[in-house]
Design a protein around this ligand. Structure first.
Ligand code: CAA
Length: 257
């Protein structure tokens, strides 16, 4: 598969996707969204991939949806095409993903990062939902995921003013998992991805689904769903190997399963 707007590679058991429209600060257009869908589909089907990392450049993870593409559109255009309905590949993927964010993560860029399961930010990262300054509102989950991640106070502040938030504030309010110096960003993200990818993949996929459900289900339903999934782990080769390894005081060999 040849990609125009992405650089896609495999590093061990990690799928690495680099957004590659640097002149437009990696603005997300329909082509890029379709290529992301294909890259994620490829990694989802590959048993040798255990985690995906998405990143941009030092200057921009992504500065939002492409304003040049959006500017001429009418309501009817967007409604008929169900515009952006499929621009949620990391959230749809059954495998975990990490957004390694340096520079601008604005609008659709912030929303893409939030669709990933972890955000690791460089100390120069800037997050925001500036759609309001363009006379529109977020359309890739910004109002929903930001509110669930940060609560109403911060979400309203960001969505209504369009201001940017630096990496320290983003970590303080729970949007990002870790902040690291810019020159350590990829090492840290790849190390985290390799750790995740070294676990037993069915347990990883189940764990991702369970945490995602915490956003969607009432607590009692979520707890019931978790218990069923927990019970279903017993007797699996992953549980046998993981617990035997602990009892035999050796590292688990999930890669051999
Ligand atoms: N769409 C298209 N092109 C973009 C872009 C975007 N979202 N963001 C930046 N670019 C382009 C600029 O047009 C410019 O291209 P040219 O050199 O051809 O003019 C190039 O990237 C560099 O940008 P700047 O010269 O503006 O760089 P800067 O350092 O002065 O400013 C910035 C950086 C603050 C990020 C500024 O570019 C900016 O404000 N960008 C737009 C951010 C934005 O509003 N994002 C939300 C988009 S709407 C959305 O995402 C909807 C949704 O919910 C899905």
């Amino acid at each position: 598969m040849t990609y125009e707007t992405l650089i896609v590679e495999t590093v061990g058991r990690v799928g690495l996707i680099r957004l590659n429209r640097p002149k437009a600060l990696n603005a997300l257009n329909s082509r890029l969204a379709e290529e992301l869908r294909q890259a994620f589909a490829q990694f989802d089907q590959d048993d040798d991939i255990g985690c995906v990392v998405i990143t941009g450049t030092d200057r921009a993870f992504a500065a939002g949806a492409d304003i040049k593409e959006m500017a001429p559109k009418s309501f009817i255009d967007t409604f008929k095409a169900n515009y952006m309905a499929n621009w949620d590949s990391p959230a749809r993927s059954r495998k975990p993903s990490i957004a390694a964010v340096a520079g601008f993560a604005l609008g659709g860029g912030c929303e893409l990062a939030m669709q990933c399961d972890l955000i690791i930010a460089a100390d120069n990262a800037k997050f925001g939902q500036p759609e309001i300054t363009l006379g529109i509102v977020p359309g890739l989950g910004g109002t929903q995921r930001l509110t669930r991640a940060l609560g109403k106070a911060k979400a309203m502040d960001l969505v209504l003013t369009g201001r940017m938030m630096d990496a320290v504030e983003a970590e303080r309010c729970g949007l990002v998992s870790r902040v690291v110096p810019l020159d350590k960003l990829m090492d840290e993200a790849m190390k985290a991805a390799e750790t995740i990818a070294s676990m037993w993949l069915p347990a990883v996929m189940t764990a991702k689904e369970l945490v995602q459900r915490a956003h969607e289900l009432p607590l009692a339903e979520g707890l019931r769903f978790e218990r069923r999934a927990f019970h279903a782990m017993f007797g699996t080769e992953g549980q046998r190997e993981g617990m035997a390894a602990f009892l035999e005081k050796r590292p688990p060999r999930f890669d051999e399963l």
